[in-house]
Design a protein around this ligand. Structure first.
Ligand SMILES: [Fe+2]
Ligand SMILES: [Fe+2]
Length: 271
């Protein structure tokens, strides 16, 4: 699977960015908080993979890495635009993004490059399984602002398209032995905990700053959405655990048929 870099623009308005999910402010800001982590997060993924580029022997994998970097750079740009709209809507997005940048700087400074890569492949798995949920269960995003929904669908599709690239780099560098497995598993546990703490913290800050009527509401609806119906967390449990199988590879779950949805997204973004 060779990913393709697509230069798409979604042109979200400030009001849409602030209030786009039908389940209310809490869920909207939970997802907005993920958007706040992406520009710096994706620069970090690029940084961690690029570090090992010289050590890759397979020409196909070198090409895939170039495409992966191209896709993540485009995601970063579009999420930066999206986050700028949050600022224009009166939310402290720039300030929160600076905090996120500090978080990733700490990882770059104190984690060895192999451990940095293990956090990237964990995050890539996490985003790929959320992406599959989003693309296969329409309830997760039904009724949302169409431009914001298109941006998230595009990002989800490309996350699936390149889901194995950083993983293949990790295997090429680290091999498949016990040390590689232990670092990969530890990377997933640490990354999941850090990602949830970071996103929930950012969500809380966005909700405190959202002064429109209803801007601080919707927590009970979000809890129901996450745990019961449509139930994002229970749905992610099995694919999350699959990552801990010693012989795991992202394409053991062959969901490439979802990528046929890309044509429609490309057409819509061009319209
Ligand atoms: Fe991405
Ligand atoms: Fe990615």
């Amino acid at each position: 699977m060779l990913p393709t870099r697509r230069d798409l623009r979604f042109r979200i308005g400030p009001e849409s960015a602030r209030h786009w999910h039908v389940e209310g402010a809490a869920l909207t800001h939970f997802v907005n908080a993920m958007s706040l982590t992406f520009p710096e997060g994706e620069r970090y993924f690029i940084h961690t993979v690029r570090h090992f580029r010289e050590r890759i022997r397979s020409p196909e994998l070198v090409k895939a890495v170039t495409a992966f970097i191209g896709q993540e750079a485009m995601h970063g740009r579009e999420h930066e635009e999206y986050n700028r709209r949050l600022d224009e809507a009166g939310l402290p997005a720039a300030q929160l993004q600076a905090f996120v940048a500090g978080f990733f700087d700490v990882l770059k400074r104190y984690l060895p490059p192999e451990a940095q890569l293990s956090t990237t492949i964990a995050q890539e798995h996490f985003t790929a399984i959320i992406a599959e949920a989003l693309l296969t269960d329409p309830q997760l995003i039904d009724g949302a602002d169409p431009k914001v929904a298109s941006l998230w669908r595009w990002h989800a599709l490309e996350e699936i398209e390149h889901k194995a690239v950083a993983y293949d780099v990790y295997q090429a560098v680290m091999g498949r032995g016990v040390r590689a497995y232990a670092l990969r598993a530890a990377g997933m546990v640490g990354t999941t905990a850090a990602f949830l703490a970071l996103v929930l913290g950012l969500q809380a800050r966005l909700m405190i700053a959202d002064r429109r009527p209803g801007g601080r509401g919707g927590l009970a609806r979000m809890a129901r959405f996450m745990w019961v119906s449509p139930g994002l967390w229970p749905r992610l449990a099995k694919p999350w655990l699959e990552y801990f199988k010693p012989g795991f590879h992202p394409w053991q779950n062959d969901n490439r048929e979802l990528l046929t949805q890309l044509d429609e997204i490309v057409l819509r973004a061009a319209a």
